[in-house]
Design a protein around this ligand. Structure first.
Ligand SMILES: [Zn+2]
Length: 258
C-alpha cells in the first residue's frame, strides 16, 4: 500500500491510499488533484472517506461520484454524496484494511476520525488514522460547532491510541502551530527539535505530515494540558484553574487570536 498526501487549495491535504490498482481518498475538497493522481498512477477510485461537512473536505464529491463508489461519512452530518453514513464504533473495510470510526466532535458537531489499528497491512503495520480537522501537528482544529469540553474529550480519545499511530491531518498548519506551541512552552527541547525538523521539510517542499502520536504527545500543547509549564502559560491567559479542561479552553481561545 502507498500513502500519499495530495496538496489541495492553499494548505489542504487529500490523503490517498493505493495498491497500484485501486485507490481510496479522504476528504476530497477538490476533485482535480484526485483525478490527476488517479491518471498519473493508473488507479481506479473505489472508496472515499469523509471526516466532516466543511466545503474544503467535501467539495470534490459531486465530480468524483459514481454509482458503484461507496462514500463513507459522518451519520450525524448532512453531506450530499455520502452513501454510507457511519458512526462511532462502525468499521469500514477497504482492500482488507480495517478503519474504526471514532466520534471526535468539536470542530464540527459530527466530526469523525478513521483509525486503522493494523495500519496499511502486514508490511506497514504501524497504526494510522485520518483525523481531519481535529488534530494538527502542534495544534488542533478550531471549535466551531461543538463545545470546548467536547473537543478536549476528542483529543483525549486520540491520545489513547498507540503512540506509534501515524496521524494524517487535513492541513499543513504545522509551522504556524509550532510558533504558538513555542509561545506556550518555550523550554520544551523536543518542540525545538521538531521545529527544526519541520522547517527543513517545508524548505524542501515536503509535507510535515503524517506526524505520530508520540511526537504530538511531546510537542503539542493541546495534548499536554496536564504539564506544569502548559498549565502556568494557560493560567497567564485566563485559565480559571489548572484542570485540564480549563487549560485546554484557555489555550484554544489564546490560539484563536495568536
Ligand atoms: Zn473543517
Amino acid at each position: 500500500m502507498n500513502l500519499l498526501a495530495l496538496p489541495a487549495f492553499a494548505d489542504n491535504y487529500i490523503w490517498m491510499i493505493h495498491n497500484g490498482a485501486e485507490a481510496m481518498v479522504v476528504d476530497p475538497g477538490d476533485a482535480a488533484p484526485v483525478s490527476d493522481a488517479l491518471k498519473r498512477y493508473g488507479l481506479k477510485l473505489t472508496a472515499i472517506l469523509v471526516t466532516h461537512h466543511h466545503g474544503d473536505h467535501v467539495g470534490g464529491l459531486a465530480a468524483l461520484q459514481r454509482d458503484d463508489l461507496p462514500v463513507y461519512g459522518p451519520a450525524a452530518e448532512a453531506i450530499g454524496g455520502v452513501t454510507q453514513p457511519v458512526a462511532d464504533g462502525d468499521i469500514v473495510i477497504w482492500q482488507g484494511l480495517r478503519f474504526v470510526v471514532h466520534d471526535v466532535a468539536g470542530h464540527t458537531r459530527g466530526h469523525i476520525a478513521y483509525f486503522a489499528p493494523d495500519g496499511l497491512g502486514a508490511t506497514d503495520a504501524a497504526p494510522l488514522a485520518f483525523v481531519g480537522d481535529t488534530l494538527f501537528s502542534g495544534g488542533c482544529g478550531r471549535v466551531f460547532e461543538g463545545t470546548m469540553d467536547q473537543m478536549h474529550r476528542s483529543l483525549n480519545r486520540i491520545a489513547q491510541w498507540p503512540v506509534s499511530t501515524r496521524l494524517c491531518a487535513a492541513h499543513e498548519y504545522t509551522l504556524s502551530n509550532l510558533r504558538f506551541a513555542q509561545a506556550v512552552e518555550p523550554g520544551n527541547a523536543a518542540l525545538a527539535q521538531h521545529v527544526a525538523h519541520c522547517e527543513a521539510l517545508r524548505a524542501a517542499g515536503l509535507p510535515t505530515l503524517p506526524t505520530t502520536l508520540a511526537t504530538e504527545l511531546a510537542i503539542n500543547p493541546f495534548l499536554r494540558c496536564t504539564e506544569a509549564a502548559v498549565q502556568s502559560a494557560a493560567r497567564a491567559h485566563d485559565a480559571a484553574d489548572t484542570a485540564p479542561a480549563s487549560v485546554f479552553a484557555a489555550l484554544r481561545l489564546w490560539k484563536n487570536t495568536f
